[in-house]
Design a protein around this ligand. Structure first.
Ligand code: NIG
Ligand code: FE
Length: 419
């Protein structure tokens, strides 16, 4: 039996999320659901999608494995388009300090935060980082994530930034979850450059980015564009260089202050601008006009006890919104897709349909993979989740609980929680 030929049939819903690019504005509500549907995967690639009775008549490979999904909804594998999942150490004390009221940026000023994890990540061996990363990917996969974006940014020196990216490349090769790698060398100013952020950006541009790009270690480049971290000008300088070297670009933008990160993302044609808690109307308009995906991270706002990003305004102004976990050891120590969807629907006003679009095709667009994953369309990777319930509406409704029963990656059953 070929391990990558598969038919999923009799699904109460095949939620195709059909499309090859980000869905903006009202289109986010269109999920293109097929009742009593089937999906055929040949050699790991989707070869047919449609009503079960029609597909039953088609030639499906004789050796295909069959999954009877009666009473269950089938969706594309989820895309978690913003995480920092490879890092050393943990920061539980900072969580306790935040509960006492110390702000995130104050903890950073006191030498905690990103620089704390930097020290632990510099210390950590590759094997240790890989093992921890693998365990996290296993847990994400069990929640239906088949593509994840992972950032460097806890090395802040050449050696450790490369180490993080190489560990992610190894995990991509050996683990079912596809890992999109993002270089985030400008995540914070390391102690060696304290008070000299311009010099650090020069160093990243001159000595780190060229190696990362030359070795094809990253698909995207990101920057923490924030007051007291990296300015709009510094971010522009770095991202323009990254673009010239062939990387796609992303920004941590307008998270804590309205610095103009959304506008910069639009100006540079970024794939996405992320966080956006403080994005202005002008910034939102600019993103909508330039087709920049607004990647919203509600679990971070929740964890930092901040107000949520203005998702409704963004969608109404014509933005494409993606949802991601922002899993990291500081501001958001969770990779729970169910929690993210619950927060987005309860507190940001997304409809269940918009939330599904935001974790599938729009997540794929946010990492530059809307042509390959993020929907159940012929020609895309055979990445799918089968819920233990008959409708996608159970994803938000079953608050904080994993509704995914089975996960298929490239036509292979890689998770079966029914057993
Ligand atoms: O996306 N905002 C900056 N970076 C991460 C947090 C990293 C950390 O606290 O370790 C974020 O929230
Ligand atoms: Fe982040």
């Amino acid at each position: 039996m070929s391990p990558n030929n598969l038919i999923i049939k009799n699904a109460s819903q095949v939620v195709t999320c059909s499309g090859f690019g980000a869905k903006a504005g009202a289109a986010m509500n269109e999920l293109h659901v097929i009742e009593n549907g089937a999906v055929v995967v040949e050699d790991g690639v989707i070869s047919a999608v449609g009503p079960s009775e029609e597909l039953a008549l088609r030639d499906v490979p004789a050796d295909a494995a069959v999954i009877d999904a009666a009473g269950k909804a089938v969706l594309p594998g989820f895309v978690d388009s913003h995480t920092h999942f490879v890092f050393g150490g943990y920061r539980p004390d900072e969580y306790a300090w935040r509960l006492e009221g110390v702000p995130y940026m104050e903890i950073m000023r006191r030498g905690g935060g990103i620089v704390n994890t930097m020290a632990a990540t510099r210390e950590a061996g590759r094997q240790e980082l890989g093992k921890a990363g693998e365990g996290r990917l296993d847990a994400m996969l069990a929640m239906g994530v088949t593509t994840v974006e992972g950032k460097s940014g806890y090395g802040l020196d050449l050696e450790t930034e490369l180490k993080q990216l190489e560990v992610m490349a190894e995990l991509d090769a050996k683990h079912p979850v596809d890992v999109v790698r993002t270089f985030l060398g400008a995540h914070a100013v390391p102690p060696e450059y304290a008070g000299r952020s311009d010099d650090y950006i020069d160093h990243v541009i001159g000595a780190v980015l060229p190696v990362v790009a030359g070795r094809n270690l990253a698909h995207c480049c990101d920057v923490f564009c924030e007051k007291n971290v990296f300015s709009v000008d510094q971010s522009r300088r770095l991202l323009q260089r990254a673009k010239a070297l062939g990387l796609q670009i992303k920004l941590h933008a307008d998270e804590i202050s309205a610095l103009g990160g959304a506008e910069l993302a639009a100006e540079l044609g970024a794939l996405s601008a992320d966080h956006l808690l403080q994005a202005t109307d002008d910034g939102i308009d600019a993103m909508a006009g330039a087709g920049v995906v607004a990647t919203l991270l509600p679990a971070t706002a929740f964890s930092l006890k901040e107000s949520y990003a203005r998702a409704r305004d963004m969608i109404e102004k014509g933005c494409a919104v993606a949802l991601a976990t922002d899993f990291n050891p500081g501001s958001c120590f969770t990779f729970s897709i169910p929690l993210v969807v619950a927060l987005a629907t309860l507190y940001m006003g997304l409809t269940p349909e918009e939330a599904v679009t935001a974790i599938t095709i729009n997540g794929a667009a946010a990492v530059g993979r809307a042509g390959q994953v993020g929907s159940l369309d012929v020609g895309k990777a055979g990445d799918a989740v089968i819920l233990s319930y008959p409708s996608y509406r159970f994803i938000p409704y079953h608050i904080g609980i994993n509704t995914v029963e089975k996960v298929v990656k490239g036509g292979r059953l890689v998770v079966d929680r029914a057993k």
